[in-house]
Design a protein around this ligand. Structure first.
Ligand code: MF3
Ligand code: CO
Ligand code: CO
Length: 330
């Protein structure tokens, strides 16, 4: 079981007792609160993303092995304590298969992004491709999440729920795919343009991809995890962008989120030392405007407080003797 002083399951980097502990102890509502967006237009004059209707999730064939939370919604496995145990070669072999499958599902789903396609149609593609690989879509019922992937459009920072909203020309969308295969989770995401997009949106996407790249380049055994955020924050702020602090990279493996906390900004408290065989994600969320976030009443969808655009890229990687190896490649 997760303990009060462990890092929260949500990836915030906060202690569980300072984050979701109270909310988790509330009796679970039968359905999530409908999403509402109180703002109609952004300060930039662009319409805000309007919540659509969330359809029931697809079925997962009974022969597909499920993570421990699939039925209850609550991950059982106790989190690590900030330090991750390096994987054995046998575990790493399983991790490679899960991560490769996640990367394939992301590539296929991303190639379906175009104007008029709804985010629930993307979810259906990802769900189908995940189960076709004998894998379980990790987000499904993870702490009650209702769908198989996260789709985060425009000002949505992360954890957007696929719904009936059709993508519009000029939107940008992050598709975040995690699959559970061979007892391991593999987690990756990318931001895609919807048709022709503004120069500002394209620049944001390019800088965000660069931020992931410099974060990965900062991975070195014997060094603290805080080196990663230092490199990312340096690059982002030099180019005038913001780095979201509310969500971080995380240890990953037999659990979706372990106690390893990987901030994308410089945080001296991220003292865990990188060791060969450790697996974690790097997943910077970069903003054009301010980095502060608000949450829709659905309890999931995070948006920038100023409703300006944000992008994200994510890989799962393993620390090697000399640096990092990206695992989420097709
Ligand atoms: N894939 C997300 C991450 O990068 C987590 C999604 S949790 C969910 O950590 F419940 F929203 F699916
Ligand atoms: Co992740
Ligand atoms: Co992810």
């Amino acid at each position: 079981m997760i303990r009060p002083n462990d890092r929260c399951w949500c990836g915030s980097g906060l202690k569980y007792k300072r984050c979701h502990l109270n909310a988790d102890e509330e009796p679970r509502a039968a359905t999530i609160q409908p999403a509402r967006e109180t703002r109609l237009v952004t300060p930039q004059g662009r319409p805000c993303v309007a919540p659509g209707i969330v359809a029931p999730a697809g079925a997962v064939p009974p022969e597909i092995p499920r993570p421990d939370y699939a039925l209850t919604g609550r991950p059982k496995r106790r989190f690590g304590r900030g330090e991750s145990v390096p994987m054995t070669p046998e575990q790493l072999a399983r991790m490679r298969r899960a991560c490769k499958a996640a990367a394939e599902v992301l590539a296929i789903t991303g190639s379906a992004v175009k104007p008029g396609v709804t985010t629930e149609a993307l979810d259906a593609i990802a769900h189908r491709e995940t189960i076709a690989r004998g894998a379980y879509p990790s987000p499904l019922n993870y702490n009650g999440f209702p769908k198989s992937i996260c789709t985060s459009v425009n000002e949505v920072v992360c954890h957007g729920i696929p719904d009936s909203r059709p993508l519009e020309e000029g939107d940008i969308i992050n598709v975040d795919v995690t699959v559970f295969l061979d007892g391991m989770h593999g987690d990756c995401s990318a931001t895609f343009p919807v048709g022709a997009i503004s120069e500002a949106a394209q620049k944001l996407i390019d800088v965000t991809r660069d931020c992931l790249d410099v974060g990965i380049a900062a991975v070195r055994p014997g060094q603290p995890v805080s080196d990663i955020g230092r490199a990312i924050e340096d690059l982002a702020t030099r180019q005038g962008y913001g780095v979201v602090r509310a969500y971080c990279g995380h240890g990953i493996g037999e659990a979706f989120h372990t106690g390893v906390y990987v901030p994308h900004f410089f945080d001296r408290s991220a003292k865990a030392i990188m060791r060969p065989g450790m697996t974690f994600t790097i997943e910077p969320m970069i903003t054009i405007g301010k980095f502060e976030c608000d949450q829709w009443p659905d309890g999931w969808t995070e948006v920038t407080r100023d409703r300006d655009l944000t992008a994200q890229f994510e890989h799962t990687l393993v620390v090697t003797e000399t640096g990092a190896e990206i695992l989420t490649l097709p």
